[in-house]
Design a protein around this ligand. Structure first.
Ligand code: ADP
Ligand code: MG
Length: 301
């Protein structure tokens, strides 16, 4: 097969691992910087150009679109879809997963366990909003944050309302969430391929840190998940319409709750923590599922 990896750089761990896994299985691979693609969207034959050449004859693309390039990156994926090229992640599923509010609403509608979460535009009823999610301590999150940046733990009612007002004053969209204290600064990343959890790891924040993100100094180790956690993770990925996803769960007193679903989950942490060939399994999934014109990967379930 001829596979394109949409990524800003071949030096990124996940991009390199996917390329090597595909080449090892006899495929031709081109790493394409999506920001350098330009497109003909008007003609009857939609086309994408890259470095002066037309991108042709791809059997599949693997989007590895960073949060800062979602807008243009998903436009490039959409263009591949218009050309009938199979994408491992459908453009609309990537867009869905990047907006925390939209994702949580979709998951809530299907009965997935979530932390109690509130959202408001105006700051007029901030105290009421805080009460709605159970009062302080609580978590305040930027809707489009990543790597733990933009996630704040407010210990008191006073701190919560000042942080909410400060974010709103900057015109940022935020959500307010029950603080799952019993998770103890750890979360569970379930790595989904198809309809299976192929690997899972527990991430724990460094001392004194409630955020478990590896980018914030957290560390990861392989973990055995419960059947309820497995079902929750698989359902969450399916509802988002993602073939490959990193579903992040917290172990709460009221069972597993989904924090977020990542559409471009990193391979480095999970590969190192579990010693599993995640990149190889992704390529294997593409071999089994890619087909010309198959551009609706999965609808939301
Ligand atoms: P990001 O997209 O920036 O990673 P997350 O929503 O995943 O944002 O939050 C970052 C980290 O903060 C999580 O990995 C988790 O450790 C912690 N966290 C987030 N929400 C909660 C919550 N409601 N209760 C307890 N800890 C939380
Ligand atoms: Mg996260």
């Amino acid at each position: 097969m001829k596979i394109g990896i949409l990524s800003r750089s071949i030096r990124l761990f996940s991009t390199k691992a996917l390329k090597e896994a595909a080449v090892a299985r006899g495929h031709k691979v081109q790493v394409i910087d999506h920001l350098k693609c330009y497109m003909d969207i008007t003609s009857h034959k939609p086309a994408i150009y890259y470095k002066g050449e037309k991108l042709e004859d791809f059997d599949a693309v693997i989007p590895r679109i960073g949060a800062s390039t979602t807008f243009y990156g998903t436009a490039v994926v959409r263009q591949f879809e218009m050309m009938g090229v199979y994408s491992l992640a459908e453009s609309v599923a990537i867009t869905r997963s990047r907006d925390k509010l939209r994702s949580l609403q979709l998951l809530a509608r299907k009965g997935i366990g979530l932390p109690v979460t509130g959202f408001a535009h105006s700051t007029h009823y901030t105290d009421d909003l805080i009460k709605l999610v159970g009062g302080a301590p609580l978590i305040i999150k930027l809707l489009e944050g990543t790597q733990g940046i933009g996630v704040v733990l407010a210990e008191t009612q006073q701190a919560a309302s000042s942080v909410i007002e400060a974010f709103r004053g900057l015109n940022s969209n935020i959500l307010v969430q029950e603080y799952i204290k019993e998770a103890g600064g750890s979360d569970i990343r379930c790595f989904i391929i198809g309809d299976k959890v192929v690997a899972s790891m527990q991430r724990s924040g460094k001392k004194g840190e409630f955020r478990s993100n590896l980018h914030r100094g957290g560390h990861a180790s392989s973990v055995k998940i419960t059947p309820a956690e497995r079902t929750t993770a698989i359902n969450a990925a399916r509802i988002m319409g993602l073939n490959v996803a990193g579903v992040d769960l917290l172990r709460s007193n009221h069972g597993p709750v989904v924090m977020e679903v990542n559409s471009s989950p990193g391979l480095e942490g999970i590969t190192n923590a579990t010693n599993k060939d995640i990149a190889g399994k992704i390529i294997e999934f593409i071999e089994k599922n890619a087909a010309p014109g198959k551009t609706r990967t999965r609808g939301k379930g």
